[in-house]
Design a protein around this ligand. Structure first.
Ligand SMILES: NC(=O)c1ccc[n+]([C@@H]2O[C@H](COP(=O)([O-])OP(=O)(O)OC[C@H]3O[C@@H](n4cnc5c(N)ncnc54)[C@H](OP(=O)(O)O)[C@@H]3O)[C@@H](O)[C@H]2O)c1
Length: 301
């Protein structure tokens, strides 16, 4: 069980998931929240690519838990900057995991549904990954590094929802930004399937797994699944805009110039291992979306 005596290091804590992880852990331990993007006063600088700086930081802070969130998450950026993607998402993991191995402390790594190729409709924890993109490959190497660390936890997340208007870089905020810009017709792909993943529930699952000294691979998405179109349609409904905004289905080929990184047809995750431990850890994605929409003032100027 994590207590006030424990020093918990979180990398990449300035991001979407980091916001929820900070809220989950800040009052229960000595939290060391780090990132290269210092967008909050509680963050300190740590670049996971910088082996020397990471080693010096670890020697000084001496964490007894490491939660490794840091990653380059923009898939197109990763395609164009493969060296940086592998430095950050693969080698960066080893820079932290080697300390966990040496000091025999718990190491938790966040991976992605993007390690799968999408040939199947839905993915269980023991299905074979076969990543299609630079991002997916770099994260899969990160998984391998994490798994070489005895007692490690690997959680594969789905389509991330969290962070609110300021930090959410992904689908929910991209749709809301279009609405704020005055669009009344949204064109959304219906040939990409997946499972939204609510950062606040994921942070709770992380805490649960560490408190219960669990290890292995877990899927940490919400319950249920849908296409990007289904998520956009539900979002518009929950914003109370169903009568004003039309959501139109398009094929992903129409957006290939912008979203050129290869994406699996299906990134749908089923959470077998997490549910076996505690079925209450994940909730239906529509319930989570409703909570997320209610948590922030999305449309105010
Ligand atoms: N977002 C998703 O849809 C998604 C889905 C599945 C899994 N995941 C995984 O979930 C984890 C958390 O991601 P997130 O969703 O919270 O995305 P995020 O908002 O992009 O957070 C990642 C954070 O890591 C930082 N970072 C990048 N390079 C770094 C470096 N060299 N050293 C230290 N920090 C660095 C990022 O800074 P910059 O903003 O400056 O790059 C960002 O603040 C990642 O491991 C990601 O691969 C994400």
């Amino acid at each position: 069980m994590i207590t006030k005596k424990d020093t918990v290091l979180v990398t990449g804590c300035g991001g979407m998931l980091g916001e929820a992880v900070y809220a989950e852990f800040k009052d229960i331990c000595k939290l060391r929240a780090t990132d290269i993007d210092l967008n909050a006063p509680w963050l300190s600088y740590l670049d996971v690519r910088d082996t020397k700086a990471v080693t010096a930081y670890l020697r000084r802070v001496r964490p007894n838990y490491i939660l490794h969130l840091a990653a380059l998450t923009d898939m197109e950026y990763c395609e164009r900057h493969a060296d940086n993607a592998y430095q950050t998402n693969s080698i960066g993991v080893e820079n932290l995991a080697s300390y966990a191995r040496k000091h025999k402390i718990p190491f938790l790594y966040i991976s992605t549904a993007g390690v799968f190729d999408g040939e199947k409709d839905r993915y269980r924890e023991n299905d074979q990954p076969n990543p299609l993109s630079v991002y997916g490959r770099s994260k899969f190497i990160g998984e391998a590094v994490a798994r070489a660390t005895p007692g490690s936890v690997v959680i594969r997340a789905g389509w991330m929802m969290g962070g609110g208007p300021k930090k959410d870089k992904k689908f929910i905020n991209k749709i809301i930004k279009q609405i704020r810009a005055g669009k009344t017709t949204l064109q959304v792909v219906d040939d990409k399937l997946g499972t939204p993943c609510y950062t606040y529930d994921l942070a709770r699952s992380m805490h649960y797994l560490l408190d219960h000294k669990k290890s292995g691979i877990f899927h940490g998405a919400c319950n249920g699944s849908g296409s990007r179109y289904d998520v956009a349609k539900e979002l518009v409904k929950q914003l109370g805009l169903a009568k004003k905004i039309t959501v139109k289905k398009i094929g992903s080929s129409a957006l290939r110039a912008t979203y050129f990184a290869p994406r699996p047809r299906s990134e749908t995750l089923v959470n077998i291992n997490l549910k076996k431990l505690n079925p209450k850890l994940t909730r239906d994605w529509k319930v989570c979306l409703s909570e997320y929409v209610g948590k922030f003032s999305w449309l105010s100027r």
